[in-house]
Write a protein that binds this ligand. Structure first.
Ligand code: DAT
Ligand code: MG
Length: 137
């Protein structure tokens, strides 16, 4: 069993599709083992996305990520990291496969509804960023 971190981003909570995102994960047999809603400050968003600190979109990404509430969750299952990435679709919604969350709901590369850890290493940073081991069922 593998664990990954997913986030319904501020555009997703604004569009009222928290349940839609969770449903797509659950329908593929993945389990939500921790869940909460919160709002990040821009400094917290910068720390979460520290790996992108040199990118030209770092300021605008972290400003967007702190503009409203987000829903963060730990998802568990076989190949959870790859499966969540598949269900999300490509970063750029124009390149995302049909039927993926980003293809169906994202409006731009930046406003792309959902986050998912891209590797075991990322998950190992991102899960404890939001949850203590006691929060995860
Ligand atoms: P992903 O979220 O698919 O893992 P990423 O890790 O490359 O993508 O980038 C993190 C987020 O940064 C992404 O979800 C949206 C934003 N982003 C990525 N590339 C971008 C770009 N070229 N212009 C604007 N925002 C971008
Ligand atoms: Mg990423």
């Amino acid at each position: 069993m593998e664990k990954t971190l997913s986030i319904v981003k501020p555009d997703g909570t604004r569009k009222n599709i928290i349940g839609e995102v969770i449903k797509r994960f659950e329908q593929r047999g993945l389990r939500i083992t921790a869940l909460k809603m919160l709002r990040l400050s821009q400094d917290e968003a910068k720390l979460f996305y520290i790996i992108h600190r040199e990118k030209p979109f770092y300021e605008s990404l972290t400003s967007f990520m702190s503009e409203g509430p987000i829903v963060v969750m730990v998802i568990e299952g076989e190949h959870a990291i790859t499966m969540v990435r598949e269900i999300m679709g490509a970063t750029n919604p124009k390149e995302a496969a049909q039927g993926t969350i980003r293809s169906d709901f994202a409006t731009s590369v930046e406003h792309n509804i959902v986050h998912g850890s891209d590797s075991k290493e990322s998950a190992a940073y991102e899960i404890p960023f939001f949850f203590s081991s006691l929060d995860i069922f």
